[in-house]
Write a protein that binds this ligand. Structure first.
Ligand code: AMP
Ligand code: ZN
Ligand code: FE
Ligand code: FE
Length: 282
């Protein structure tokens, strides 16, 4: 069982990297991908836990990119965790996320919602990548809502009057950065239904020319039409199709290994990595 997309408290998951690996082992996952937003900060702890529990670990990241109006999430597997260009880009995104969260909270507080910047900071683990789910967690702590989902129904959507963007790289540049760091780029949930048509065929073509390896077709945000579109693109452009849970602990409904990746696809990803970071195997 191969699940290549999960989050820990190093971004907006609710389990520490150790707890995440423990949960994966308990769920029967054989190969786990840890892909926190815009950070490699959970890799070392996850590696220690994976070795102890005897499961394989694919170290990765999920980069939030912007293409026009749309957000595009790019998974990067097996990148060099010391690549200066990639690390600088991730640090820039994290810094901008922190400012952006403050501005969102200001807008909410100005509108009478009982929340402060300190309330939100209290929800972000030390050094973790801050995100909208941490605002939801502060609202839960303040007794305003009971689950993150409630905040994502209105206040925290991209259409919300409180929404503020943050710095994020262009998706073609992000593919180039991941490749230059020896890693393997795969578009996360490319056709998640949002405000705007997220990923166009032309964008996938440009990203493929820059070194894209795959599309995450099997994901809870995709129905049969989205999967069919992934298949069509993959056949035409020579991409692989992955599947994963996008697990966030109790913060999201997604369950570990609810979607999985085929072993031969993992083999292609592993072979496409050209850098110092390998899949860790027990
Ligand atoms: P941000 O990274 O700040 O743009 O926030 C987006 C993140 O919030 C994504 O990683 C989503 O997985 C997460 N998210 C979206 N909807 C929900 C939800 N209903 N409950 C919890 N997390 C969510
Ligand atoms: Zn997330
Ligand atoms: Fe995502
Ligand atoms: Fe994700």
């Amino acid at each position: 069982m191969i699940d290549l997309h999960t989050h820990s408290t190093v971004s907006d998951g609710t389990e520490t990297p150790t707890e995440l690996v423990e949960a994966a082992a308990a769920a029967g996952v054989d190969v786990l991908g840890i892909t926190d937003h815009d950070t490699v900060g959970g890799w070392d702890e996850a590696a220690t836990a994976a070795e102890r529990l005897g499961i394989a670990l694919v170290r990765g990241i999920e980069i939030s990119c912007t293409f026009g109006e749309a957000g595009v999430h790019l998974l990067g597997y097996l990148t060099d965790q010391h690549d200066p260009d990639l690390m600088a880009e991730l640090a820039r995104a994290r810094a901008s996320r922190a400012t952006r969260l403050l501005r969102m909270v200001e807008r909410m507080a100005d509108d009478g919602i009982p929340i402060s910047h300190d309330d939100v900071l209290a929800q972000v683990a030390d050094g973790a990548t801050p995100g909208r789910p941490h605002i939801a967690d502060a609202l839960i702590a303040n007794g305003v809502i009971e689950h993150r989902d409630e905040a994502f129904e209105d206040w925290l959507t991209d259409e919300s009057p409180y929404y503020v963007t943050h710095y994020s790289p262009d998706p073609v540049r992000a593919v180039e950065l991941i490749r230059a760091a020896g890693g393997v780029p795969v578009i996360a949930h490319p056709f998640t239904r949002t405000r705007v048509d997220t990923v166009t065929d032309a964008l996938v073509e440009q990203m493929t020319a820059a070194g894209l390896v795959g599309l995450e077709a099997f994901h809870r945000d995709h129905g049969p039409d989205e999967i069919a579109r992934c298949r069509w693109l993959a056949d035409r452009l020579g991409l692989v199709l992955t599947g994963s849970s996008d697990y966030h602990g109790v913060g999201k409904q997604n369950r570990l290994a609810e979607n999985t990746t085929a072993p031969e696809v993992l083999a292609t990803i592993e072979a496409a990595g050209t850098g110092v970071t390998a899949v860790l195997r027990p």
